[in-house]
Design a protein around this ligand. Sequence first.
Ligand code: HEM
Ligand code: FPP
Length: 305
Amino acid sequence: MAKSISAPTRRGINYQQANWRDYYELTKPKVVMLLLLTALVGMCLATEGWVQWKVLLAGMTGIGLLSSSAAVINHVVDHRIDGMMARTVNRPVVKGKVSIDRALWFAAILGAAGFVILSAWVNMLTAMLTLASLVGYAVIYTMFLKRATPQNIVIGGLAGAAPPLLGWTAVTNEVHAHALLLVLIVFTWTPPHFWALAIHRKKDYARANIPMLPVTHGEEFTKTSVLGYTILLVLVCLLPYLVGMSHMIYLIGSLVLNAGFCAWAYRLKFACEEDTAIKTFRYSIVHLMLLFVVLLFDHYMPITL
Ligand code: HEM
Ligand SMILES: CC(C)=CCC/C(C)=C/CC/C(C)=C/COP(=O)(O)OP(=O)(O)O
């Protein structure tokens, strides 16, 4: 039987005073920042020149608000299991700083504002796809997949991978194969990103009875899976160059960044130390950030041989 390691919270009761920082934390700001970077790159790669300022502003705000709303819902749905894990035990809903009702109102306001902005000032396609991503993460992943299967993050990862497409459709109002390539990159990146952390936090997930891969299939199998997906990522990252969407700066940049990722995944599998898993997880974040910055540079400086 899973045991809570925090004081239990009851619906609607504030045990401590909340401030703006607690609400800010509910939105998973660093994750949303990286999601927005991938959306921005989707926007820029969809156009030859600079993105129209109105689409840029409304698109980024709308996608950011709906992503934040999804993150707040995740905090509410997961507050019991978050209370069982050392990493998440101090979250505002777990601590009772923000009641479930208030968090849900906050999510509803963020979500409604995001949807209205996207549908009024961007386009309906982007509004609907972003809403679908919210449902994919906050409902399908958080409420069902996370508790049901160790492949939860592979399937659920599609929602987190969507922002480059959302940025692209914000500009063009159509789904383009090149945008789907960017989605595929983030989708393939997600398993090594998360499973590296899950290895480091295996005890947390076991305590909360969440069927993450290291808990259900063991650490060795998970390390092999991380290595496998990282090698797959190298191949997927070649596609933008091979189809002529990106050029030399991207090719060299992505090869260097992926060599680093492969080195971490190899170390994790064959020369693992105490902190190798968490360092691999940290590298994954820097990797994706730089990869998308490189895509941007390459787009505006298309060097060919
Ligand atoms: C289903 C897909 C994903 C899962 C299960 C997942 C899981 C996680 C978890 C559990 C953390 C928390 C680590 C901690 O608290 O120490 C985290 C951190 C992070 N993730 Fe992911 N992630 C996913 C997708 C993504 C995507 C698509 C992005 C961005 C494009 C992303 C960016 C980040 C960033 C920037 C952090 C660091 C946050 C911080 O330090 O506060 N993740 N991820
Ligand atoms: C509209 C749109 C683009 C929505 C996507 C929103 C979003 C925040 C995606 C990121 C995925 C993520 C952080 C998963 C971790 O959840 P977890 O519950 O496994 O991690 P936790 O234990 O840290 O809460």
